[in-house]
Design a protein around this ligand. Structure first.
Ligand SMILES: [Fe+2]
Ligand SMILES: [Fe+2]
Length: 329
């Protein structure tokens, strides 16, 4: 076939923008080492007309690894059109954004973190700020978020939303602060991207001492990944490194107390735990309501997080979402 099969990487149909010319060849795997081209670069995708469309719809197709950048740029471009469209529903926007973040994460996985990945992550962060600003109710947002199937994508988007809401509730409405907060939260668990799926699916209560030690390394691994790009904001690095710390010095990796923590990390640490409690995933089969989650943090965990952040989150749930103006660039 003339193509280096080792350079083929799996993507899903969600990574491919429909009704536009393909930015690279698309392959279907017939068997081990046997791939067939099902879409040529520069032509309109016509996958729906393939007699085995049902097979590819829910499984992987393949593209050449260097083409990933082109596929992700196109995905971001088309998502930005959806985000600017006032007629698009919140559901459509959240779904589009979750697929786009998945593509961006795949790119980071395959090609490493680079300026393009940083730019795309900033786009996701700003789109999240726009969504929370346009959506009056947190409960509405949460039920939409529950439909996202990829655990890490849903978790990253949810933590980003809740962190931005806590931030606004504290009166931190400066667009640059909000962007860094939302961006740090989008990337906070980036260190987990390299972890085997089977390991992440294992319930944390069953972790051995080695498992815990290995899991806890994701905070440091996260900043190692981000360090490869020069202009990642300091605030974002702090969030990624300190998102498992808490104010009473019982977190990791450094067991820092409140005064030593970056102000942004205090927000994201609380949002992270809150989202783990309210969204269902492999680690949390029982979903709590926001009120139950707050009560769990307060009474069962002994409210180990920064007090002002906790009050700010309570206020979001009691008084709703504040409006600030967010521009999508
Ligand atoms: Fe984490
Ligand atoms: Fe997390």
């Amino acid at each position: 076939m003339g193509n280096d099969l080792n350079s083929l990487v799996p993507i899903t149909m969600d990574d491919i923008v429909p009704n536009v010319n393909l930015p690279g060849d698309v392959f279907f795997k017939l068997s081990e080492d046997n791939f067939v081209v099902i879409g040529r670069e520069g032509t309109r995708e016509q996958f729906r007309e393939l007699h085995f469309f049902d097979k590819i719809k829910n499984s992987n197709v393949y593209i050449k690894k260097p083409d990933l950048r082109k596929f992700s740029s196109l995905k971001v471009l088309s998502a930005s059109e959806v985000m600017k469209n006032d007629k698009a529903s919140v559901e459509t926007k959240v779904t589009t954004l979750s697929q786009t973040l998945n593509t961006v994460f795949t790119c980071i996985d395959q090609l490493g973190f680079n300026n393009e990945a940083l730019g795309n992550s900033k786009f996701i962060a700003n789109s999240i700020l726009k969504i929370i600003n346009d959506t009056p109710k947190l409960t509405t947002l949460m039920s939409i978020m529950n439909s996202i199937s990829e655990d890490l994508v849903r978790h990253s988007m949810a933590v980003s939303m809740v962190s931005a809401l806590i931030s606004q509730s504290k009166g931190w409405n400066n667009p640059s602060i909000l962007e860094k907060m939302a961006l740090g939260a989008i990337l906070h668990d980036i260190g987990l991207k390299e972890y085997p799926k089977e390991f992440l699916a294992k319930p944390r209560v069953e972790y051995t001492a080695e498992d815990s030690e290995y899991y806890q390394k994701h905070a440091f691994r996260g900043i190692e990944i981000l360090r490869t790009v020069e202009n990642v904001p300091q605030e974002v690095m702090a969030i990624v490194y300190e998102h498992h710390e808490n104010s009473i010095g019982q977190g990791y990796p450094r067991a820092l107390r409140d005064v030593r923590l970056h102000p942004f990390s205090k927000v994201v640490a609380l949002a992270d735990t809150f989202c783990e409690l309210v969204f269902k995933d492999a680690q949390n089969p029982t979903v709590r309501s926001p009120e139950e989650a707050l009560s769990f943090i307060e009474h069962t965990l002994g409210q180990p997080f920064n007090k002002e952040c906790f009050v700010a989150l309570k206020n979001v749930l009691t008084f709703g979402i504040r409006k600030v103006s967010i521009k999508i660039v």
